[in-house]
Design a protein around this ligand. Structure first.
Ligand SMILES: *[C@@H]1O[C@H](CO)[C@@H](O)[C@H](O)[C@H]1NC(C)=O
Length: 277
């Protein structure tokens, strides 16, 4: 509850109090992103309630100190589709980082659902934008659209939102943010702090457990097959045993009807004669 209240506070009051004149992209709430920025990413708040009439929003970024080139044509109000590779990752000028629907100015979604763990991820996706999240688009020759490639470590970046109307023309914009510096150094634990992150140890443990489960299942199946194969001869042997019981020679009383009936007439005569002799 404290977290969601603080998020609402950051999204609305803080922005209105301190950035009333100069709206800029802000770092995402530190309650949910304890390591932000990382070496290659910077997670920003989406411009919630910043400019209601807009349909879509463009996020532009550039390296601190790069030339502040215009982002759109002054008369047509159409944006320049500058990209990551052509601007050398923002070092030669601003590039398009991302484009998304203008977030609805509805804080109830944040307030009512932030306590539900299954909805946190979708709420974070709806309220934040992660710069540098696409590790594949730079090397994919068939990639189309805006490539949000990983940022350089230990580098300052500035960001700006453009607000577009239904004809995709610029109708408003924020100022450039102050520089936000990515993390320096090489420890692997700081590369990725997205909430869905898995550690290397966890992956190894999962692999071992999966293998164990497979071995146990395999042993069970083998045991089951063997039990079926062994079952048929076992019952037959039992049946032979019971059949052989009357054949076994055992002391008989003379005129024992049960036993003699199992012998042929000749044998019976011989047997009976022997007993009498
Ligand atoms: C990036 O921009 C350059 C220059 O406009 C263009 O030649 C290139 O095709 C673009 N790359 C992608 C992936 O869109």
């Amino acid at each position: 509850m404290g977290g969601s209240r603080r998020l609402l506070f950051v999204l609305c009051f803080l922005r209105q109090v301190f950035y009333a004149q100069t709206d800029v992209p802000l770092l995402a709430n530190s309650d949910f992103f304890t390591l932000n920025p990382t070496q290659t990413t910077i997670t920003l708040e989406k411009p919630i309630c910043m400019y209601r009439p807009a349909i879509t929003v463009y996020l532009y970024g550039m390296v601190k100190g790069a030339p502040v080139l215009p982002l759109y044509d002054a008369t047509t109000k159409k944006v320049f589709a500058t990209n990551y590779s052509a601007t050398n990752g923002g070092q030669l000028g601003p590039y398009q980082v991302a484009s998304f629907n203008n977030p609805t100015c509805d804080n109830s979604i944040v307030l009512s659902n932030m306590a539900d763990p299954t909805r946190v991820q979708s709420i974070l996706t709806a309220t934040t934008v992660r710069v540098g999240s696409d590790v594949g688009c730079l090397t994919d020759p068939n990639f189309k659209g805006i490539c949000n490639a990983p940022l350089q470590s230990n580098t300052g970046y500035r960001f700006k939102y453009l607000f577009m109307d239904i004809n995709n023309a610029v109708i408003s914009e924020t100022d450039w943010s102050p520089p936000i510096v990515t993390v320096n150094g090489n420890p692997s634990s700081t590369i990725d702090t997205w909430p869905g992150r898995r550690s290397g140890g966890m992956i190894v443990l999962t692999s071992i457990l999966s293998t164990l489960v497979f071995i146990i299942l395999f042993a069970y199946v083998v045991g089951f097959i063997f039990s079926i194969v062994n079952e048929t001869p076992a019952t037959e042997v039992q049946r032979h045993d019971t059949q052989s019981v009357p054949v076994l020679p055992k002391p008989q009383e003379i005129g024992d009807v049960t036993f003699s009936s199992a012998l042929t007439g000749q044998e019976r005569e011989r047997y009976v004669a022997k007993q009498q002799a």
